[in-house]
Design a protein around this ligand. Structure first.
Ligand code: ADP
Ligand code: ZN
Length: 535
């Protein structure tokens, strides 16, 4: 394999072409390895600087006479941005995608075959098209196919959040252009996805470069939901008055309502969701970027590609779908490296809703199974009594020590053994169902457990049950915690329009006392911020 002469100085390229003074993190090692013709698998969080990892080698290798680098990317907007930026930096680059007309395509193809391009970006379905492959063959025969970069490589995995069928075809490039180095890049790094990328893209021999996904300046807190709005208000007032932040909600309606309400409370809050006019969205986004102290209330439609360094908090009023989502969304805070808060309220209804959305989706069984497993990982983090960051990073395959900068590290929660209470709750679910012939929701079951007499407990005859009042010693928040935990752990399922509760198979082990269930002691809401001023 021809190597690149020492005289091609990658640092000079970084400096002269991109205007940067130093490589960041693993960039230098990756650039060196790929420039010399090695295969690489790059895992780097969003914003980490993945593009330079193939752009600098592309320029170095082109200067050494090795021809063009082909970049596979699924994102048209990103291709346009990158080609525009490269153009400005004086690097001949182009893209091939559905936005070009025939004349445009032909012009790019001419430049490509004539060896004028340093980088060519293309969508995966273009690259595996016979006509395009024929062109690559011709370049390859002449030794002018320098490097293949596969961006957003997690798209090859069904486990990832962004599976694209066309990515599966990319495997053929490995064999067809054996000897041409390949670099695969992604910001999604859980073990499953990583294994899929290596396997499906035949990258067994590639050197992995894995950056830490830790964002040490982000403080993670997950609070038990009692009144989400009041909790949010207290959080912003006490800790982030005047700061820019993002509040994520699940539905468009909730986005609008929350933004209205925050405005009425005196904040500069703006709504953002896919149902708003493009003009309004653009205006709100611009204001968020330019003005100080705007609180953007948004669905997950907001945030992709938004690079605002001084977002001081990201709040979740609803549970995200999985840990990747949580990580991406909270990761929009504190890009400048200064302290930022990732704060979430989380309650029984969140667990029930997310479970139901998966159950009711029209996706196939395999997909649903995956979604459930991913939700379970997030729920385990939300329920955890130990360091949030350790949990988060271990999901991405990283071992770490308790961080000292999350709620559980800063204020270790009081725990109580809820094993007995869990057994009471399960018997109660069982008895009520057996007595009436159908199931009941959490509210009613808690009344029965606590022995609270209501119209419903009387009408249904549940006051005569052996479980009526067996749980008097616990308050309603504690019972909600027990039931939430049972659902989160999968021992109880919530069904149908009325969210009635039923026992899952695994409940048997809990009833037999074979499973220990530990819960966080519900706290009286204390003004946050105290801990911070003390330190
Ligand atoms: P990713 O694709 O990993 O999300 P990008 O490649 O878009 O990240 O880079 C994120 C930002 O960091 C860009 O604005 C980029 O110009 C900048 N950047 C990348 N590497 C460096 C560096 N070595 N020095 C300074 N800025 C850098
Ligand atoms: Zn911690």
């Amino acid at each position: 394999m021809p190597t690149v002469p020492e005289s091609v100085d990658t640092f000079a390229i970084l400096h002269e072409v991109f205007g940067y003074t130093a490589f960041r993190g693993h960039q230098a090692a990756i650039v060196e390895h790929v420039t010399q013709g090695g295969d690489a698998l790059v895992l780097m969080p969003t914003g980490g600087g993945k593009s330079l990892c193939y752009q600098v080698p592309a320029i170095a290798r082109h200067r050494a006479g090795q021809g063009v680098t082909v970049v596979v990317s699924p994102l048209i907007a990103l291709m346009h941005d990158q080609v525009g930026a490269l153009d400005e930096a004086g690097v001949p680059a182009a893209f091939l995608n559905s936005t070009l007309d025939i004349a445009g395509v032909q012009a790019v193809e001419r430049d490509l075959l004539a060896g004028r391009l340093v980088l060519l970006y293309a969508a995966p379905e273009r690259i595996t098209h016979p006509r395009f492959l024929a062109m690559l063959d011709s370049l390859h025969e002449r030794g002018k196919l320098s490097l293949i970069a596969i961006d957003e490589a997690h798209c090859v995995s069904q486990w990832g959040h962004d599976f694209r069928e066309e990515y599966l075809q990319l495997d053929m490039l490995a064999e067809r252009y054996a000897g041409v180095p390949r670099i695969a890049l992604t910001a999604t790094a859980d073990d499953h996805t990583r294994a899929d990328i290596v396997h499906r893209l035949s990258l067994e021999g590639a050197q992995p470069f894995i950056s830490s996904f830790d964002r040490p300046n982000i403080r993670y807190s997950i609070v038990e939901k009692d009144n989400a709005r009041t909790q949010l208000l207290r959080f912003i007032r006490d800790e982030h008055d005047g700061d820019a932040g993002i509040v994520y909600c699940q539905s468009r309606k909730k986005v609008e309502d929350t933004a209205d309400w925050l405005r009425a409370e005196g904040f500069s809050a703006l709504p953002y969701h896919a149902g708003l006019d493009a003009d309004v969205r653009r205006l709100h986004q611009d204001r968020f970027l330019r003005e100080e102290g705007i609180v953007m209330v948004a669905t997950v439609a907001f945030g992709m590609g938004i690079d605002k360094p001084d977002v001081r908090f990201v709040a979740h009023l609803d549970l995200p779908k999985n840990i990747e989502g949580y990580y991406q969304e909270t990761g929009r805070g504190g890009r400048d490296g200064e302290p930022a808060d990732a704060w979430m309220t989380y309650g029984l209804a969140d667990v029930v809703n997310q479970r139901r959305m998966i159950d009711e989706s029209t996706a196939g069984d395999d997909f649903k199974r995956l979604q459930r497993a991913k939700l379970d990982a997030l729920l385990a983090m939300a329920e955890s009594l130990d360091c949030r960051r350790v949990r988060l990073l271990s999901y991405f395959g990283e071992d770490s020590q308790p961080c000292g900068n999350c709620d559980n590290c800063l204020h270790p929660p009081a725990r109580w053994d809820a094993t007995e209470a869990a057994r009471m709750a399960l018997s109660c679910i069982y008895r009520c169902h057996q007595h009436s012939g159908f199931g009941f929701g959490a509210g009613h079951l808690i009344d029965v457990l606590r022995g609270v007499s209501t119209d419903k407990t009387r009408q249904r005859g549940h006051e005569g049950l052996s479980t009526f009042g067996i749980g008097k010693q616990l308050g309603e928040p504690q019972w909600r915690g027990v039931i939430r935990q049972l659902i989160a752990l999968g021992h109880v399922v919530s069904e149908g329009e009325y969210n009635t509760l039923a026992l899952a198979d695994s409940a048997r082990a809990v009833l037999k006392g074979e499973v220990v269930i530990e819960l966080r002691e519900p706290r009286e809401p204390t003004p946050r911020g105290r801990g911070r001023t003390k330190t």
